[in-house]
Design a protein around this ligand. Structure first.
Ligand SMILES: CC(C)(COP(=O)(O)OP(=O)(O)OC[C@H]1O[C@@H](n2cnc3c(N)ncnc32)[C@H](O)[C@@H]1OP(=O)(O)O)[C@@H](O)C(=O)NCCC(=O)NCCS
Length: 344
């Protein structure tokens, strides 16, 4: 049996002398749960200082061995506003030298004792085929939701060819009665009716496949959307993209956005892409992505453009394959119900 000591609370409850170790540990955790290189240390130092969005509550368990060395952590997050108030997520990490001694399980048990009573479902994600997945499988046999990570090598694109495609596409969508609108950070609120834009985002989010995950519909309000972008910016992301709108009414019907973090300049992350139902069937998803690709090639100095899609999201996968995206890994999600975690 391990004789571990725990600190349970928030970041501020971790004594300062452990904070650098903790910050590196979060980075190590990220590098094990993604096929991509993690952000530079500076990102994690800034992340540690950045206040979390007010719509979520969080609790952490820090675990120490007999010599009072920090050997692992558990975090849990849950919404306290808007939607899915009975759902949360969790993360467990143990330093490599201390693994397979039951510490991960002990941290998990400790964490689960402090999850508030309104939470009925908890989900955790790991890299497919990793030790993390083997760990999660000990407590739940089947994943509830899987995504493939795909990445495109940006050196495989010719800027001139992409520009030529976009000139044709602009004409084509104009003939259909639509236009592209460039987006950067919060400027959707001046370029569109803000309510309409956010409502479109909400519809796009709620249309994404959730497979067996019990997470319910998202409720996106103008304040919530704005605070999410604010949080991205505080983490060092540039957040930009394009919308497609009806020319006559300026109503947005689809958009794509990407995130480019100054602390990980080799990678550009694809964020949302979606088109609302009534305006599908015109190739707008691909058209939007060609537009943003041109901007990525012209303005950024990235090597790879990556995305993650539910493995059942056939339409988006087809688009990504046309854009030279290749599978580079899998993200797997495992969910536990309260009655299940109480027995661990
Ligand atoms: C996953 C992780 C937290 C496990 O920590 P740990 O202290 O080694 O976990 P435990 O010793 O409590 O292992 C519990 C069970 O997980 C499974 N497991 C853990 N490591 C394993 C491995 N290397 N091979 C096979 N099964 C493994 C086993 O079923 C094990 O039970 P057993 O030892 O009785 O067979 C640790 O490997 C880690 O930090 N990985 C990176 C982060 C991550 O992926 N976290 C999980 C998703 S949030």
């Amino acid at each position: 049996m391990n004789s571990l000591t725990f600190i349970i609370g928030d970041r501020k409850d971790l004594p300062e002398k452990y904070q650098d170790t903790m910050i590196s540990m979060i980075r190590d955790f990220d590098s094990e749960r993604s096929p991509f290189e993690p952000h530079l240390m500076e990102f994690y130092r800034n992340y540690w200082k950045t206040p979390r969005p007010l719509e979520r509550e969080t609790i952490s368990v820090y675990a120490f061995n007999k010599s009072m060395e920090l050997v692992g952590f558990g975090h849990s997050f849950w919404n306290i506003e808007y939607d899915n108030l009975d759902h949360g997520s969790y993360q467990i990490y143990v330093v490599p030298e201390e693994r397979r001694k039951g510490i991960g399980t002990e941290i998990m048990r400790k964490l689960f004792t402090v999850i508030p009573t309104q939470i009925e479902n908890l989900v955790a994600a790991a890299l497919g085929g990793s030790i993390g997945e083997l760990f999660l499988q000990k407590f739940q046999k089947e994943s509830c939701y899987d995504e493939f990570y795909r990445a495109a090598d940006l050196s495989e694109f010719s800027i001139d060819k992409i520009k030529a495609i976009n000139i044709k596409e602009e004409q084509r969508i104009s003939n259909l009665g639509y236009k592209f609108v460039e987006l950067e950070s919060f400027d959707y609120s001046s370029k569109f009716d803000e309510e309409k834009y956010v409502r479109m985002v909400e519809r796009i989010w709620n249309d994404m496949p959730r497979e067996e995950m019990s997470f319910g519909e998202d409720v996106i309000t103008p304040d919530r959307y704005k605070s999410q972008i604010e949080y991205n910016l505080k983490k060092g992301d540039r957040n930009f993209g394009y919308a497609i709108a009806v020319k006559e009414t300026n109503d947005p019907v689809g958009h794509t956005r990407v995130l480019y973090n100054k602390h990980r300049p080799s990678l550009v992350e694809q964020d949302d892409t979606g088109v609302v139902h009534e305006h599908r069937g015109h190739g707008f998803g691909l058209a939007l992505k060609y537009k943003v690709l041109e901007k990525i090639l012209v303005e950024l100095n990235a090597n790879y453009w990556y995305t993650a899609n539910a493995i059942s999201n056939e339409h988006m996968i087809k688009i990504n394959e046309k854009l030279k995206h290749k599978i580079v890994g899998k993200k797997v999600f495992y969910e536990l119900k309260r009655s299940e975690w109480e027995q661990i």
